[in-house]
Ligand binder design. Structure first.
Ligand code: FAQ
Length: 330
C-alpha cells in the first residue's frame, strides 16, 4: 500500500468521484507510488488495466497450446520434463494474472466468457503453428525473450497487484528463454538437418515475435494514456528496438541468422536498424485470420467445457469447507 495520505478508499458512495480523489490519484502516480485495489482510481484506468491484464492472462493460457503440442513427441525424457514444467508455468502465470485482474472487481469467469466469445484478445503470436521440434526452442528464445523485454518494465507498473505478479512471472520467463536458447544451440551444433531445422524455426518466428510488441507508436491507441498512468513504462517501438538489439548478438552466438537483410548496426543511433514489419499480416491475425486462430479458440473452449466438473467439484468442496468452518466458529 502506498504511503501518501492522499490515498482514498474507493467506495460506492464515492463513485463518480470528485476532483480531490482524482488529484490524489494523479499525485500518487506522479510520486511513483503503487495504486492498490481499495484506492480510488479513474474508471478508465480500471478499464485499461482489466483490458491489458485480461489479454495478458488469456495469452498465457492460450500460449500453452503451441508448445503442449510437442510434449508427447519430445526427443528425450529430459526435454519432456523441461517442456512439461514450462507449459505448467504458463498456466500458473495465467492464474496469477486472473487473480490480479479480480482485484479490479471483475471475475475470472467473466473474463473467460469474453475470451471464448471472441470479445477479448490474446497475443497474436499464439496463432502460429509449431511445425517442428525446433519451434519449441524458437518460442523459448524469441517469444519468451520478447515477453521478458515487455514484462520486466511491468514489474514497475503503477497498479500494485499487476506489478507484483510480474516479478515472479519474469523470473520464470527468464528460465523459459534460457531453455529455448539452449535447445536451439544443441540443434544448431547438431547434424546439418538439425541445424537447418533450427534455422527454419527462427525464420518463421522472428517477424511474428517483433509484432508481439504491438503496433508502431504512431498507431498505438492506448500507449500515450497508459504511459501517463505508468501502466506502461516504455513505448511499443522502444521495447521492440531493445529486443532486436538483444537478439542480434545472441543469434550470432547460436550460429543462426535472423531473416532480415536490412538488419545492420547503426553507429549514430547505437542500435540495430531493421527492415519493415508486415503490419497487414498483424492486422489479419488480430481479425481472426491467422493460421491457427480458429484452432486455438476451439481448443480453449473445449478444454473449458471438459474442465467444468473440476470447477464444480472445487466449488462444492469450498462450500462444504465453509460450512464446516462456520459450524466450528458457531
Ligand atoms: N496481439 O494501443 P496498443 C507471453 C492490440 S505473454 C494481439 O499498442 P496496448 C508469455 C491491443 O490490445 C504475451 N493484440 O495496445 C508466454 C489493442 O487492442 P484493444 C502477452 C495486440 O495495450 C510465452 C490494439 O492492438 N503479453 O508471451 C497485440 O497499449 C510463451 C492497439 O494496441 C502481454 O499481454 C498483440 N501482439 O499495448 C506464454 C503483456 N499488440 O485492446 C506462453 C502485457 C497490440 O484496443 C508461451 N501487455 N494489440 O482491442 C502489454 O504490454 C500491452 O497490452 C501490449 C499492447 C504491448 C501488448
Amino acid at each position: 500500500m502506498a504511503t501518501a495520505a492522499a490515498h482514498q478508499t474507493y467506495g460506492a458512495e464515492e463513485a463518480g468521484a470528485d476532483t480531490t480523489y482524482e488529484r490524489a490519484f494523479d499525485a500518487a502516480v506522479a510520486a511513483d507510488e503503487r495504486i492498490e485495489p481499495r484506492d480510488w482510481m479513474p474508471d478508465a484506468y480500471r478499464a485499461t488495466l482489466v483490458r491489458q491484464m485480461a489479454q495478458h492472462a488469456h495469452s498465457e493460457i492460450i500460449g500453452m497450446q503451441p508448445e503442449a503440442n510437442w510434449i508427447t513427441r519430445a526427443p528425450s525424457l529430459r526435454r519432456k520434463a523441461i517442456l512439461m514444467a514450462k507449459v505448467q508455468d504458463e498456466a500458473g502465470h495465467g492464474l496469477y494474472l486472473y487473480s490480479a485482474a479480480e482485484t479490479l472487481g471483475t471475475s475470472r469467469e467473466e473474463l473467460l466468457d469474453k475470451l471464448h466469445a471472441g470479445r477479448q484478445k490474446y497475443s497474436s503470436i499464439f496463432n502460429y503453428p509449431t511445425l517442428t521440434w525446433a519451434d519449441v526452442g524458437a518460442i523459448g528464445w524469441l517469444v519468451d525473450g520478447a515477453a521478458i523485454t515487455n514484462q520486466v518494465p511491468l514489474c514497475r507498473c503503477s497498479y500494485g497487484p499487476y506489478a507484483r505478479a510480474m516479478v515472479r512471472i519474469c523470473k520464470e520467463e527468464s528460465f523459459h528463454q534460457r531453455q529455448g536458447y539452449e535447445l536451439l544451440l544443441a540443434l544448431s551444433r547438431g547434424t546439418p538437418e538439425q541445424h537447418a531445422m533450427a534455422q527454419d524455426a527462427v525464420d518463421r518466428w522472428w517477424w511474428p515475435s517483433l509484432m508481439m510488441f504491438g503496433p508502431p507508436d504512431d498507431e498505438s491507441a492506448h500507449s500515450a494514456q497508459s504511459m501517463t498512468w505508468k501502466i506502461k513504462r516504455h513505448s511499443n517501438d522502444e521495447l521492440r528496438q531493445r529486443f532486436v538489439d538483444i537478439c542480434v548478438p545472441q543469434a550470432e552466438s547460436l550460429g543462426l541468422t535472423l531473416p532480415d537483410p536490412d538488419l545492420k548496426w547503426n553507429e549514430e543511433r547505437q542500435h540495430y536498424d531493421f527492415g519493415p514489419i508486415d503490419w497487414t499480416e498483424f492486422k489479419e491475425v488480430l481479425k481472426g485470420n491467422g493460421p491457427c486462430n480458429e484452432q486455438r479458440l476451439t481448443q480453449r473452449r473445449r478444454a473449458h467445457e471438459e474442465g467444468a466438473w473440476v470447477r464444480e467439484a472445487a466449488a462444492a468442496y469450498a462450500a462444504k469447507h465453509n460450512d464446516t468452518t462456520g459450524a466450528m466458529q458457531a
